[in-house]
Design a protein around this ligand. Structure first.
Ligand SMILES: *Cc1c(COP(=O)(O)O)cnc(C)c1O
Length: 411
């Protein structure tokens, strides 16, 4: 395990952690929404604009060549990071949301009336709405896997739904509300037996699990840079080459074409077929620095430390009278560093505002998962989510602040 000194060293790399919030030290526990950025990442952004800003793949001048090389290097870095076979299987997008929209849109011509798409009730809105729209457009049917009270997926639902009619199964790897790691490998293997494709929403995964898309044998995998210490506005779609080749482009314009005339246009090869227009060049290059940061610390170290934080926090929080923790009655080995809860009958926004006033940043509300809120019959939850720079002392402070909030609100 990391020593306190090592964690302090890591904390020192995050300038924002020195900020004061209403004169209190910042305690940032909203990492499932986005993580803070280390100096290395912040500097990479400045370095990009100071030394190589230019458009890529087009002009053959020095700077353009340099930026193009850097972008393609990061593509390859990501390929290695997720153990993909080819760099051409890594498509840059705005993030997890755009990646899912890309697939839902590019799959359109393969989905017909009466076909079925399977998702689950714990999904983030971005893994619900694109499929809902696609089903509506094509007369296909959306099937929803339910969960048990403890937050585990009802695999019996999945087994009941999966059939030759299933075109795609789209499921999150780690729930952004419950932090539960779903058995995606099992789902992928089973879906393939029926000829269905599987998309895994891995937005909560990078730097939490060592990801191997080939071992998972997943067809599409999506995530964003900003939840792994990188910049916002950039993410990837991983797709198997053979499948991506068959799909239609998602947007049309520059960069994604081979030849354009008014009679006929031919498209570029992968990955450029799916990358119309000038991409987020800075975002891609800066993301490379975030991957270096994660690799330096080591995913297994991050995972281990966050688990220690989780175990400690669950222990402390569950001792609070009147607290309701969601999805925590399960084996801790299948949980990432996320805890969602409510306090007595208190409204999550009221609790969240008091925590905010004490310098603690948490997420409150429906957490982009309204169907899951409906399942637990609540309008919202309070979510704390950990990262490598959180500490046990911060958890103690959270605990005391929650007691304070209860005292103030339950007068
Ligand atoms: C954050 C998140 C998304 C959306 O990611 P964006 O970066 O906002 O596109 C999708 N699914 C899950 C599980 C998430 O946590």
């Amino acid at each position: 395990m990391f020593s306190e000194k090592k964690i302090q060293e890591i904390r020192n790399q995050f300038p924002i952690l020195k900020e004061k919030i209403y004169s209190y030290p910042l305690i940032y526990m909203d990492n499932a929404a986005t993580t803070q950025k280390p100096v290395k990442v912040i500097q990479a952004s400045q370095n990009y604009y100071s030394t190589m800003n230019s458009n890529i793949h087009r002009g053959l001048h020095y700077l353009s060549h340099k930026a193009t090389l850097c972008v393609e290097n990061v593509r390859n870095k990501i390929r290695k990071f997720i153990h993909a076979r080819h760099s051409s299987e890594i498509i840059f997008t705005k993030g997890a949301t755009e990646s899912i929209n890309l697939i839902a849109s590019s799959m359109e011509s393969f989905v017909k009336k009466g076909d079925e798409i399977i998702i689950s009730c714990i999904e983030h809105h971005s893994n619900i709405v694109p499929w809902q729209i696609l089903c509506k457009k094509k007369g296909a049917i959306l099937k929803i896997i339910s969960i048990y009270e403890n937050g585990f997926l009802k695999l019996t639902d999945f087994e009941f739904f999966i059939s030759e009619k299933t075109k795609i199964v789209s499921i999150s790897h780690i729930s952004n509300v419950l932090g539960i790691v779903n058995p995606v490998k099992y789902i992928i293997d089973k879906a393939h037996k029926y000829g269905a494709l599987v998309l895994v929403d891995g937005a909560q995964v990078p730097s939490n699990l060592d990801l191997d898309v080939q071992d998972l044998n997943v067809d599409f995998y999506v995530f964003s840079a900003h939840k792994m210490y990188g910049p916002t506005g950039i993410g990837i779609l991983y797709g198997k080459e053979k499948i991506l080749e068959k799909l239609n482009p998602y947007q049309f314009g520059g960069e994604m074409i081979k030849n354009v005339s008014f009679d006929k246009t031919t498209y570029s090869d992968l990955p450029f077929k799916f990358e119309a227009g000038t991409p987020n060049i800075e975002g891609i290059i800066v993301w490379g620095a975030a991957i270096d940061f994660v690799k330096e610390i080591g995913i297994s170290n991050i995972q281990y430390y966050k688990k220690e934080l989780l175990i400690y926090a669950v222990k402390r929080l569950s001792s609070i009278d009147g607290i309701q923790l969601y999805g925590n009655s399960i084996d801790i080995s299948v949980k990432s560093g996320i805890i969602s809860f409510n306090l007595d009958e208190l409204h999550c926004f009221d609790v969240g505002s008091i925590l905010d006033r004490l310098g603690i940043a948490v997420r409150t509300g429906h957490l982009c998962a309204q169907p899951l809120m409906n399942f637990f019959k609540v309008s919202g939850m309070i979510r704390v989510s950990f990262s490598i720079y959180n500490t046990f002392q911060e958890i103690n402070y959270l605990f005391e602040s929650l007691l304070k909030a209860k005292k103030i609100l339950l007068k």
